[in-house]
Design a protein around this ligand. Structure first.
Ligand code: FE
Length: 237
């Protein structure tokens, strides 16, 4: 048997991977970033061929990696994990950035450490590339913060893999079979990103107090992770 849930037990971190240049850059959220060799230091990044940043990495032959902390707000996850650079050309507009010797943007907000890499190899693996880069600069920004692990993202932030992530599991069939239930104090799951609205917790970032039933959320309330409206939520058991 293949129990796909077993794949979710593999520990990862959460990263923003950027490429481009000082004129125009883009970034995406990745949980599949790993060190490959120590001498020289090389890093690997798994990236969907559909990601807007993929072509930027191929063109600029460089990329940056920023390890996110647990303080990273859901809005950052939404921007880099659920919005494509094809639609949002301003992903980096309000971000704190620096540029190293490769000229790629390096994302600094909520970042524990960063790595600037020169692309040395690209491996095609079906729907994804594995980009391998030699580290040309690396440093800590906030080594006293806790790293956001993929487990923290899933269990505390209630997030799921975006569609282009290598760890994405297609649950759409199960979601479609769920029955809409408007009874009070039920949990509701976002059909797009998997965020779970728990009435016992509310949504403090949006001013929603604990104990607020899903049905009592304001009409303009949106999923704090991916930004879709209430119509895209389904009651769960
Ligand atoms: Fe969502």
């Amino acid at each position: 048997m293949i129990n796909l849930d077993a794949l979710l037990s593999i520990p990862y971190g959460m990263f923003v991977v950027c490429s481009g240049n000082k004129t125009f850059g883009n970034g995406f959220l990745s949980n599949v970033v790993f060190q490959i060799t120590a001498t020289p230091p090389r890093m690997g990044v798994c990236c969907s061929k559909d990601n807007f940043t993929a072509n930027m990495i191929l063109e600029n032959k460089s990329f940056s990696i920023s390890l996110l902390s647990q303080e990273t707000p859901a809005s950052v996850i939404r921007t880099f994990g659920y919005q494509s650079g094809k639609d949002n050309k301003q992903k980096l507009a309000a971000c704190t950035l620096k540029y190293g010797s490769c000229n790629v943007p390096i994302y600094l907000d909520h970042t524990i450490s960063y790595f600037e890499c020169k692309l040395s190899q690209t491996v095609e693996v079906g729907s994804h590339y594995i980009f391998i880069g030699e580290v040309v600069e690396a440093n800590f920004l906030n080594d006293n913060l806790q790293a956001m692990t993929y487990e923290y993202y899933r269990k505390v932030m209630k997030g799921k893999s975006p569609k282009n992530a290598p760890t994405y599991i297609d649950n759409s069939i199960n979601i479609n079979l769920k029955t809409k239930n408007m009874s009070t104090l039920k949990k509701y799951e976002c059909d797009v990103c998997g965020y779970v609205y728990d009435p016992a917790i509310g949504d403090e970032d949006s001013g929603i107090k604990p104990g607020t039933a899903f049905e009592d959320l304001p009409d303009d309330w949106v999923c704090p992770l991916c930004g879709v409206g209430k119509d895209n939520f389904t009651a769960i058991d």
